[in-house]
Design a protein around this ligand. Structure first.
Ligand code: SAM
Length: 316
């Protein structure tokens, strides 16, 4: 991205007051921002925490991390460029066995979305890339050109929940017979030619989302980090997850619900056999942006925040 576009760039963290209010439980604690992005939430947490608190920022996108000036915070900040699925190893390496709060603000940062070279936005022309981690091997170009028609349809249906998945997959396969598809414009064209013009924008958003999820293994790493994060919390520590589409939100909701389930006492059960659930849900309904925030920050409109708290259960 060139300097002119960088200087125009602004970023507003989503649901920032709600995240801070619900996540902070110890002003001198250790907090992980597992999706550091441009550091918006970390800066807000930092402004409320004591100077002896510790912040750990993780992001797999090194171009996002490079935008941040760490000296602007009063706390110690450890910035780590890795996938959040490696959270347990990050904490071992830092010698921080447990933390008081973990935030996951899923998806991609607006800096990368606005960069045509990353290929995330169907409104911009760029290469079929879509990798959060630019050192990883799988790109959207590989999915588009090397997956079978059936596999492409499955990706579009499963991760985009798009009804026209088969038609779009078929069109992609027809187009790639002539030449390898390398540009986001070509994927856009395949969608436009396959769907009713009235639903074009929604279908484009769904298809681009589907390819992004596949390229970055988003559902797989989310399932993994939810387990690791719960284990990394001190009793009373909290995990906050902001998701932007129904697949993610469903996974977070079910995960929290399952770990918060009380195992009912069976007749004849001894006290030591009664399991205390690992989690307490802070609310069963997701927290959404106020009308004011949704009006001023379009990204906040689809955001759903779910928060849970680690109980005193020392087992598992
Ligand atoms: C919505 S942005 C976060 C914005 C951030 N909260 C802020 O206020 O600046 C999501 C970030 O998470 C990163 N990300 C997504 N999945 C990730 C993963 N599995 N591991 C590490 N970082 C990830 C993306 O690269 C992106 O920078």
């Amino acid at each position: 991205m060139n300097l002119t576009s960088q200087s125009r760039f602004r970023h507003t963290p989503v649901l920032v007051d709600e995240v801070c209010a619900l996540l902070i439980n110890d002003l001198s604690g250790n907090y992980v921002d597992g999706t550091f992005g441009l550091g918006g939430h970390t800066k807000a947490l930092s402004s409320l925490l004591n100077a002896d608190a510790t912040l750990i920022g993780i992001d797999q996108d090194k171009t996002a991390l490079a935008q941040f000036t760490p000296s602007s915070l009063q706390q110690t900040l450890h910035l780590v460029c890795t996938n959040f699925e490696n959270l347990d190893q990050v904490l071992i390496d830092l010698n921080i066995p447990q933390v008081h709060g973990i935030l996951l603000d899923l998806g991609l940062n607006s800096f990368s979305l606005d960069d045509p070279e990353r290929g995330f936005a169907f409104s911009l022309q760029g290469p079929l890339d879509m990798r959060f981690d630019q050192s990883s091997k799988l790109t959207a170009e590989i999915v588009v050109n090397d997956y079978s028609e059936q596999d492409i349809a499955n990706v579009i249906y499963r991760y985009g929940e798009e009804r026209n998945s088969r038609r779009i997959a078929h069109r992609i396969v027809e187009m790639r017979k002539d030449k390898r598809l390398t540009q986001s414009e070509e994927l856009k064209l395949a969608v436009i030619k396959s769907v009713d013009p009235r639903f074009r924008t929604k279908s484009l958003a769904r298809v681009f989302q589907a390819f992004r999820i596949e390229v970055n293994r988003e559902m797989e790493v989310l399932a993994k980090v939810l387990d690791i994060a719960v284990q990394a919390l001190v009793p009373g520590g909290r995990l906050a997850v902001i998701s932007y589409h129904s697949l993610e939100d469903r996974m977070v909701k079910l995960h929290f619900r399952d770990l918060a389930l009380d195992i009912p006492r069976q007749p004849g059960m001894r006290d030591e056999e009664i399991k205390i659930p690992l989690l307490k849900r802070i609310s069963t309904k997701p927290i959404i942006a106020s009308q004011e925030e949704a009006g001023s920050n379009p990204r906040a409109r689809s955001a759903k925040l779910r928060v849970c708290e680690r109980t005193n259960n020392a087992a598992e």
